[in-house]
Design a protein around this ligand. Structure first.
Ligand code: ATP
Ligand code: MG
Length: 461
């Protein structure tokens, strides 16, 4: 499968891939797109801008996806009008962004993004840091240099993302042989790949995301520099990487994305601790993460909701044991060692990918559940069932078991317990009596009445 993805085809023109100055014009009769397939609001915006004397097109993911028979998730417009000029045309428009100024035009729940044509950065522009700036490794920090349509095509990432559709005359403008690459299902960066990744290392992640989502191969010059340049991802702001990580793992092809990230050495800069676990315990770590992603892909395919917290809990879980052990070897007791390790791991991960608090809290709760699920005696089992995190904790337990963790059939016990009637449940709890993992496990609690015997304290909790 991976082989197939990285397979390369001969480019239509030898040598580097450049944008031409006159586009190939693909007329209505030569392509499958129909105006009615596009959001009527987006088409309305294009018409309005054109009648105000500006150039305007539908561009990017929506043109690409419709040519491939996929329903686009949003519609982007590119125009010669500046953000201020766009805003002046529409009441429901607002300018957003600093690194990259855009206009959002809102129609109820639909937001259409309108971007002004951008030019690639020249040395002259770089002297003017208000409009354009780079860091030492060539990364673009600000990108508000406006340009022509041809220049806009040139600064886009992949050829298949540089197709412009004009809904008025129903023609496609193709500056970079994007239609050819769509036909051959090939992802190809525009321009010199090394340079384009240095400008924006996130393009390496976009290559993986599109290859997996569209089931495309990555052209050989486009894939070649990735392993060497992967460490550049360490310089990307962690908040941007969080957004990008969600797109990667919730694309519906998360399991494939994971394989490709590991293969292209992009996983390490994103998840350093998990990459270490992957090296230390390859089979277990790989199974646990792939299984979590395969389950997520299935849910996405069925249109069910997915939670980033569960996914992050799985991505990081294999990195926990080594840290717990390290703390225990320093004399920290098991429970504080577990809590300390969990806390440190999350803090460390957030330095690479800024996972927001609303997700890190549930990650901790899913992990805490793993310690509580074995303790079932007295009223504990029923209390756990009432816990709002029970379901996620139980699913996580099954995930661990599917990766080969030994839990003495705890998952099956909980499956049976949920299905059982009251009488059977009481019986199941009673049967736990003599077993070691029934709740009399070595958890030492702080309690005022420390004389209370282990055996009878369960009922009072
Ligand atoms: P999807 O919306 O399905 O994720 P998309 O191609 O529309 O895919 P967006 O992130 O919405 O992706 O970006 C819209 C367009 O902007 C892209 O098609 C591409 O032309 C351009 N673009 C986005 N990010 C970059 C980037 N990092 N470098 C160069 N061009 C980019
Ligand atoms: Mg898009």
């Amino acid at each position: 499968m991976l082989k197939k993805l990285f397979q390369s085809f001969r480019p239509p023109v030898p040598g580097q891939h450049h944008v031409r100055t006159t586009p190939e014009v693909i007329h209505k009769s030569q392509h499958s797109l129909q105006r009615s397939q596009f959001s009527r609001h987006a088409v309305g915006i294009v018409e309005r801008l054109q009648s105000a004397g500006y150039q305007a097109y539908l561009v990017g993911g929506c043109v690409r996806d419709l040519l491939l028979g996929i329903t686009p998730k949003d519609f982007d417009v590119a125009t010669s009008a500046t953000p201020e000029q766009v805003r002046a045309e529409f009441r429901n428009a607002r300018i957003i962004g600093r690194r990259f100024k855009l206009v959002h035009i809102q129609f109820g729940r639909e937001i259409i993004e309108v971007a002004t044509f951008r030019a690639p950065h020249s040395d002259e522009d770089q002297a003017d840091s208000h409009r354009s700036s780079h860091n030492a490794s060539g990364r673009i920090l600000r990108d508000n240099v406006y340009g022509t349509l041809e220049e806009d095509a040139q600064r886009r990432d992949f050829t298949i993302n540089a197709l412009y559709y004009d809904p008025v005359n129903e023609r496609i403008l193709d500056y970079a042989n994007g239609v050819h690459d769509i036909r051959n299902r090939l992802l190809r960066l525009i321009g010199d790949p090394t340079h384009r990744y240095q400008e924006d290392p996130v393009r390496m992640l976009r290559a993986v995301r599109f290859a997996a989502k569209l089931n495309f191969g990555i052209e050989k010059h486009t894939v070649a520099p990735i392993r060497e340049l992967a460490p550049l991802l360490r310089e990307i702001p962690p908040a941007r990487l969080f957004e990008e990580s969600l797109k990667l793992f919730l694309s519906g092809q998360g399991a494939m994305v994971f394989e490709m990230l590991v293969d292209l050495e992009l996983f390490e800069p994103l998840f350093p601790a998990s990459a270490q676990a992957l090296e230390d315990r390859p089979s277990y770590t790989h199974t646990l993460i792939s299984q979590a992603l395969a389950n997520t892909d299935l849910r996405v395919a069925q249109g069910k909701p997915v939670t980033p917290a569960f996914l992050y809990a799985a991505l990081l879980w294999p990195a926990l044991p080594a840290r717990v052990l390290f703390l225990q070897n320093q004399g920290v007791p098991p429970i504080p060692a577990m809590n300390g390790a969990a806390h440190e791991l999350i803090v460390e991960q957030c330095q690479r990918i800024a996972v927001p608090k609303r997700f890190t809290l549930p990650i901790r709760e899913i992990w805490d559940m793993q310690e509580r699920l074995p303790r079932r005696s007295g009223k504990r089992a029923d209390q756990l069932l009432d816990n709002p995190r029970f379901r996620a904790g139980y699913d996580f337990l099954l995930l661990r078991e599917s990766a080969g963790e030994q839990t003495d059939d705890l998952g099956q016990w909980w499956t049976d317990y949920q299905e059982a009637h009251d009488g059977t449940r009481r019986e199941m709890i009673r049967e736990l009596g003599g077993r070691s993992e029934d709740g009399a496990a070595p958890r030492k609690r702080k309690r005022s009445n420390s004389k209370r015997k282990q055996g009878d304290d369960e009922a009072f909790e």
